[in-house]
Design a protein around this ligand. Sequence first.
Ligand code: 3HC
Ligand code: NAI
Length: 709
Amino acid sequence: MATTPTPSTSEPVTFQRDANVLVVTIDNPPVNALGVDVRRGLVAAIDAAEADSDVAAVLIVGAGRNFIAGADIREFGKTPQPPSLPEVCGRIENCSKPVVAAIHGAALGGGLEIALSAHYRLAVASAKLGLPEVQLGLLPGSGGTQRAPRLIGVKPALELMLSGRHTGAKEALSLGLIDRLGEGTDALPQGLAYAKELVAAKAPVRRTRDAQGLADTEASRAALEAARADTAKKSRGLFSPMKIIEAVEAALTQPFDEGMALERKLFLQCIDSPQRAGLIHAFFAEREVLKAPETKAAKPRPLESAGIVGGGTMGAGIAVAMLDAGMPVTMIERDEPSLARGRAHVEKVYDGLIQKGRMTAEAKAAVMARFSGSTSYDALAKVDIVVEAVFEEMGVKKAVFAELDRVCKPGAVLATNTSYLDIDEIAASISRPADVVGLHFFSPANIMKLLEIVVPGKVSADVVATGFELAKKLKKVPVRAGVCDGFIGNRILAVYRQAADHMMEDGASPYQIDKAVRDFGYPMGPFQVSDLAGGDIGWATRKRKAATRDPKARYVQIADRICERGWFGQKTQRGYYLYPEGARTGTDDPEVLAIIDAERQRAGIATRNFTDDEIMRRYMAAMINEGANVVHQRIALRPLDVDVTFLYGYGFPRHRGGPMKYADTVGLANVLADIREFAKQDPLFWKPSPLLVELVERGADFASLNQSE
Ligand code: 3HC
Ligand code: NAI
């Protein structure tokens, strides 16, 4: 650039003149979020442009990988510092000289709202534009709800805001969100050329607030009503989607300034909602889980090719996940028929996609060309990683690992997908325990996002780091877990599932419990989940553990009575619910209620009524208490690791942030008081976790253990 002084790099917003264009650069790593200093800097830049008669136009660009990722999320919930973002946007829009935004990388939320306040917009093809505030429990709060509908029309604007999705620049151009598509990846020179062109053409300032995208009011109203009906059906108790619609309605019915005032009011309501706190906790927690000690200490090993042992439910799902990530996969099965079944399981997934029109036969063939199968372990000699997914029996696992030890190349990562078995014992059974790690996928493994990375005592850090790298490759969310019965997720599940069984025996029906859990925000209740997964799985586990069960511990036999009848859930057309003719949604079964009644009588239970509120208090107290134990014993590094496990593996409602975040919201003293109350009837089951007691005594919460939050 040919002009004015070199900008100071410590300032997050700098500006300098290039001929008669004032180039304003936002440089606020990592993502140019609009923190208070950036907001101040932008106002100062516009002031400078207005004051300098040699400036004919302003260009706003982002330094680094993004234009602007949005408001600084870390500021939410803290005392607001002026100027507010709507003020900054207003200042930009009211500038008397044309303002151009040149976008690369992310222009999201407040970032896009800044761009919408500019008078002209250019984006390079790889840019990502969007209004994702809904995913944080918010609405676009800097004029997005007023400017976007005016610019591109109500229907597409609502769709962007309610989905929160990112659009590419090409689509943004066709929507009218931007004026020009840039070439390559460098936005600055193209933005500069655009600004100079506008100056030369004496282009006027062109304010989005005056745009005419709302012209067809009837169609806009219809779009609004359709969105309202759809959102009422789908948003399941979420607060901000309806507020978005209300704000957009104001764009249709009220002058701009009044619409802005309403948007502000609704935005602040969203900011104050616990859903916003829960969703933003989830946003940071899912980034925080990536920062395990091993990922900081070591580099991952190579990860180009994979082997899978076992082609059943999990092995096939894991194979698909790896194939989808572009890896060549070799599957080992015990005999040819089993191998053929394993291969068929894999193909079935792709055939399903073809049937739905989401994949072509050629694409399937290309993927399957990377898949090979064998009944000989020697086929695994060259692979970088093996995931074992055979029967859940220690003897079988050890035999498999002995083979892996024999054939795999030095440095290959040897992983087990065991649900409950002691991985230290598996590791100790071979000559290279440092290479053994747990990779606990969730079913269906090609779909479920959670991957527990289970860290046995002898494993080397680079093997653990490789687990995290694999998660990244497979687009999964990794959570580091220690070795114990059930790791983080299944261990906690076992406890709150028992609490549900206790309530069922004490007088609540499984249907009431499921409904209370759904009303809390889960997609399904625990008995529906059991019917979906197959009651036989839990039954086998209970039988296996019968010998070691504490005879004094309460044991509800209802599930056994149901399984003894061969009612395993959806696959047998009945479980807790009836699924006539393969229905996916169950209906209540009076015969199950009769079994439950008989079991209550056999156990001598005096039944009582439960309110939905009490059901949830017990369900959550059991989950939180075991979550605290898991953190206390360092099975989970922090409470947030428990939260992410439940958000991604167990359907916990995201807007509540996870069970530990929820506990903080309710107040740990209240949770502990509940546990002590419940303990009066069953002190063996309801033992307060030492960590929970300690935190309550200190007046602290789980968030205080999440360090970098
Ligand atoms: N505020 C504060 N920090 C943010 C942030 C934001 N808006 N967006 C990202 N970060 C942080 C992340 O927490 C992470 O921090 P860490 O390194 O300490 O863990 C760092 O920036 C890098 O983020 P990612 O790991 O996510 O980086 P990626 O390159 O994978 O993704 C991104 C970049 C697509 C911009 C992604 O970070 C993202 O989606 N960010 C959030 C975008 C968003 O929701 N914007 C709307 C904010 S609300 C708003 O604008 C309200 C307004 O309408 C008033
Ligand atoms: P499955 O019974 O569907 O599949 C097991 C497969 O392993 C079968 O195809 C069998 O032929 C094969 N096999 C058995 N012994 C073998 C050997 N010696 N060599 C090669 N192949 C052999 O079982 P599923 O459900 O896939 O479970 C596998 C593992 O994954 C278990 O450890 C289980 O605990 C774990 N897991 C299961 C989950 C689930 O939801 N099903 C979830 C997470 C983990």
